[in-house]
Design a protein around this ligand. Sequence first.
Ligand code: UDP
Ligand code: MG
Length: 354
Amino acid sequence: MNHLLAPSPKQPDKAGDAFRRKRLQLAASSDDVLRARRVATPSVSCVVPCRNEGENLVELLPLLIETLSACAADWEIVLVDDGSTDRSVLTMARWARHRGVRVLQLSRNFGKEAALTAGLTAAGGDVVVMMDADLQHSPALIPTFLQHWRAGADVAYAVREDRRDESAFKRVGARWFYRLLNGGERFEVPAGAGDFRLMDRAVVDALLALPERNRFMKGLYAWVGFEAVAVPYVPAERAHGRSHFSPLRLISLSIDGLTAFTTWPLRAVSIVGFTLALMAFGYGGYLTWAYLVYGHDVSGWTTIVVSLMLFAGIQLISLGVVGEYVGRIFEEVKARPLFVIKRELGQGLGERQT
Ligand code: UDP
Ligand code: MG
């Protein structure tokens, strides 16, 4: 909760009144400090990751340019081409001739998270907005984001008002994913928040300073902290083309997120192993006792086969869980760059200022 924007609690007694006045003074002075740092018209970078979005860009860019020109002193749009296979690079190259539009062409498809990181690295604005190219994220929300930033928030992020437009698989999956992700962490990854957000320069620098390769951005936004304000919105329908995230890719992304931000699966494996060992120990004791009391009994091979299969299954699952973490360590240790830039077109804020 953003304490700067939240109303202060009611204090009915006299001492409480004095306390409240003091608090309000303090809040006002801290607001002043923040406002002094916040220029009324910051330079804005808008990062848009694109994979085969030519048709959408033709509609999005005029809207975005109009919005940014109206609300920012200076702005740039950083289009990151994430290995498009259609003619969208040609569309981008045409737009790169427009003042303020800049294109980073990656050498292949690196994935949305890497494309976003590439865009953030290139962005030179006082604030950075990130949005999808498919018109699901309306540019009309950018002035609202900026208002929150001027009022002292470091981050303003869009949160889906409801998920009714999504399939049952996505809705139930998302609920479980956030429950598993947020269990026991000191910070919370808000459900329904995506990459559509505005971030202060300090937040962008903090994100870029994180060295990891597995960039589960939603987790990283929450990890860096800062004052964040949620702005409810209803995402529009995708204008053209289809979503790049199939159910299988979403499952794989969820595993990336869970392994990057939690270690409880490893502990859960240990607890299951320990419980089963205890049970096996108890059952072994019972069998010895039964043998001593009733003598040798050959029946019970079904139990043996079933328990053998059960234990073998649990062992393989446990190995798989540990393997997921080992795999991530392997990725991190190799320390390959997150993306490779093939070509840059157009001029951004940085070049224009120098
Ligand atoms: N995207 C990307 N690289 C990818 C997949 C997607 O840059 O490998 C971009 C895509 O062009 C779009 C944004 O990420 O601008 C969101 O993708 P999409 O609309 O497919 O996701 P959804 O809205 O279904 O979650
Ligand atoms: Mg989309």
